[in-house]
Design a protein around this ligand. Structure first.
Ligand SMILES: [Zn+2]
Length: 408
């Protein structure tokens, strides 16, 4: 699926930067010495092979797994108001998802490889799982658009809380509290009712500087994240590795699509660049023990504990998915929203712009900001095509005005 309104580029139109729209040509471009600023944009699809289910997808959603927590409604687990009253369900989820339990995928290691080669300008991720960090991508190269488990703080006085302390509490299935004001401590994952991190807005125009954009494993259905690929200059190549075409990718003259799973796609690119052995070596370092277990599993031996756990999550998920209809009210809300905007780097190619950046989305205090995070894929297709992106300065103003950028 993708945005129906963005038609693929006319095959007869020549690329502006690449010699042709192929992985080989992209590799030649990367190796030409002209590329030094790659912007990578990622979503849940890069972590599914690590065993982390996609929250937003009704097919594989973690929400389903939360049914046993007796939530009043599935999204309550990420609702800040609910969390204040009843933090246990979130912490039960955190116990299952906490970093350290999952191994980065070869895709995460590929991003690390780009960094090692001095090519990574910035990684924008929608994932909260910290697997990019675990693969060795440094903090200052990562923008976690929806927050992550990387930091935690008191929800009342906003004082940062030590990592080792929260780990201890999560492992012990206890609720951590602020030593100063006794407020609840929460990982800085963006909840309903909370602003996106200031870092997202501070770095939002960075893609304009990129000389290559790589979009991996995201349906680009979530704003404002989905606006990022549209920030890329028109002549700058964009690579999409995803199971389906999304967000206008493929409509640009220098867009290359690999419609397949991320791990096989990045291996193809790495191979074309002559980096495959280096990539596999880097990935093998992420968990030598896990690598041995994978080898064991593929040789027909009994499943590892992690694999058994993943199977269990999958099973639970399937059982309850049908009963969940988490997106209805958000869908109605999104339909009612107007899209607007003025200029942007790709504004001349209207059909190629993803859905608009809507600052209205940035401060939906009634239901909270995670509406866009949990917006179902089906909603995107119903949005009107955006003329272009909204000016970033204005979006920044909105954020400043609503006081969302002072969170530590
Ligand atoms: Zn406090």
């Amino acid at each position: 699926m993708g945005n129906e309104e963005s038609s693929p580029v006319d095959e007869s139109r020549p690329p502006q930067t690449l010699s042709e729209r192929t992985v080989k040509a992209l590799a030649d471009y990367i190796l030409s010495g002209k590329v030094s600023k790659i912007v990578v944009m990622t979503g849940a699809g890069i972590s599914t092979s690590a065993g982390i289910p996609d929250f937003r997808s009704p097919e594989t959603g973690l929400y389903a797994n939360l049914a046993r927590l007796n939530l009043p409604y599935a999204e309550a687990v990420f609702d800040i108001a609910y969390f204040r009253e009843n933090p246990e369900p979130f912490y039960a989820l955190a116990h299952e998802l906490y970093p350290g339990k999952f191994r980065p995928t070869v895709t995460h290691s590929f991003i690390r490889l780009l960094y090692d080669k001095g090519l990574l300008l910035k990684l924008f991720t929608q994932n909260i799982d910290c697997l990019e960090r675990e693969a060795g991508v440094p903090d200052d190269k990562i923008v976690e658009a929806h927050g992550s488990f990387a930091r935690q703080s008191c929800i009342d006085c906003t004082r940062p809380y030590p990592r080792e302390d929260i780990e201890r509490h999560i492992n012990a299935k206890e609720i951590p509290r602020c030593p100063v004001c006794k407020g609840l401590v929460k990982p800085e994952i963006v909840f309903f009712g909370e602003q996106l991190p200031a870092a997202f807005f501070e770095n939002r125009t960075l893609p304009m500087q990129a000389d290559l954009c790589i979009v991996l494993g995201t349906s680009l259905s979530v704003q404002p994240f989905a606006s990022l690929p549209g920030m890329i200059r028109e002549s700058t190549p964009r690579l999409l590795i995803n199971k389906e075409r999304v967000g206008g990718l493929g409509s640009g003259t220098d867009d290359v699509l690999l419609l397949e799973d991320c791990d096989s796609g990045v291996r193809k690119l790495a191979k074309a660049c002559g980096w495959l052995e280096e990539l596999e070596a880097l990935w093998s370092k992420t968990a030598p023990k896990a690598a041995a277990e994978v080898a064991k599993a593929s040789s027909g031996l009994p499943k590892t504990k992690d694999e058994a756990l993943n199977d269990e999550i999958d099973k639970l998920t399937r059982e309850v998915d049908d009963a969940l209809n988490l997106s209805k009210r958000h869908e109605e809300k999104v339909r009612g929203e107007k899209t607007s905007g003025t200029s942007s780097s790709r504004s001349a190619r209207k059909t190629s712009s993803p859905t608009s950046t809507d600052p209205g989305n940035l401060h939906e205090s009634a239901d909270g900001n995670l509406n866009h995070i949990f917006m179902p894929r089906t909603v995107t297709a119903t949005l009107a095509p955006a003329d272009s992106l909204h000016p970033v300065d204005e979006a920044k103003k909105d954020i400043t005005a609503s006081g969302g950028d002072d969170k530590q």
